[in-house]
Design a protein around this ligand. Structure first.
Ligand code: ZN
Length: 281
């Protein structure tokens, strides 16, 4: 099996201080948390940013501050979200691509998401695909439901995204596929043979999806974006607790942990820098 790429998703768009006082929301807090997770074995950071009040934002300045603070501390792979609310413009959602992170999230379809609807229309997906290709930023194809795999494969067949594809199975969202074993097995079989894949389970599916994925040869994502509890009813005080748990499970499975450089090789990506035009503002 390939060495294990551990992604940490420290913040997300939804987790609040009321839910967990330990969630990090501001650029320096996020960077310090990412650095601690990198020391513990994470090789990729999936980044969302928040405004001064802790609300979700697509502020390019916040992204830049966060990336700069992380880069001062470590060389971890940067993966920026392109997730947005229905009121966010498609241009705003695509702008993080221009910062040249190594990856951006690519939500490969629309679903009901909790009480709302997460909209990723076919024209938006085509535009985002073209943009990632233009800027040579690898899409991390987030799969919430089975049909999204076909959406991504179709875009690749039409030459809009480069192969091999990299998937992130997001299981357990209310409105998407659950984190049951049969779903994970189905998705692993459904993607192209040369694709790489990672998985995460939201909330109660967090541990089982992590254990199954490590045993099945996939990569894993954990963090307070997806789950705030280290054990039932016990809040994690840091994302590091989740990383340490993965490292332990990987050891039991005799799966080595990928370094940042090894993760870059596995995913076929190279480190890039924020273009100067953003830094002079
Ligand atoms: Zn995210």
């Amino acid at each position: 099996m390939e060495k294990l790429i551990i992604t940490v998703a420290t913040t997300g768009a939804h987790t609040t201080k009321e839910q967990s006082p330990y969630v990090c929301l501001h650029p320096i807090e996020i960077a310090e948390e990412v650095y601690a997770c990198w020391q513990a074995g994470a090789s990729m950071a999936h980044i969302h940013v928040r405004d001064e009040d802790g609300n979700r934002t697509l502020s390019i300045e916040k992204y830049i501050d966060t990336i700069n603070e992380i880069r001062k501390r470590c060389d971890i792979i940067i993966n920026l979200t392109t997730t947005g609310r229905p009121i966010d413009s498609e241009e705003e959602r695509m702008l993080p691509v221009e910062l040249l992170p190594e990856l951006v999230s690519f939500d490969a379809g629309s679903i009901n998401f909790g009480a709302g609807v997460f909209i990723n229309s076919p024209p938006f997906l085509e535009s985002l695909a073209r943009k990632t290709k233009e800027y040579n930023v690898k899409p991390e194809i987030e799969i919430f439901d089975a049909g999204m795999v076909d959406n991504a494969v179709r875009l690749a067949k039409n030459g809009l995204i480069d192969t091999p594809l990299h998937f992130q199975f997001v299981l357990g969202v209310t409105g998407g596929m659950s984190g049951d074993a049969k779903n994970l097995v189905f998705l692993k079989e459904a993607i192209p043979k040369d694709a790489t894949w990672s998985a995460l389970g939201v909330g109660k599916y967090s541990k089982s999806v992590m254990c199954m994925t490590i045993a099945m040869g996939g990569h894993v994502r954990v963090g307070m974006e997806d789950n705030i509890y280290i054990r039932k009813g016990v809040l994690a005080k840091s994302n590091v607790e989740f990383i340490k748990e993965i490292v332990q499970i990987a050891e039991i499975n005799e799966r080595e942990i990928a370094s940042v450089e090894e993760a870059r090789r596995i995913l076929g990506i190279q480190r890039k820098e924020i273009p100067k035009r953003f830094l002079t503002k």
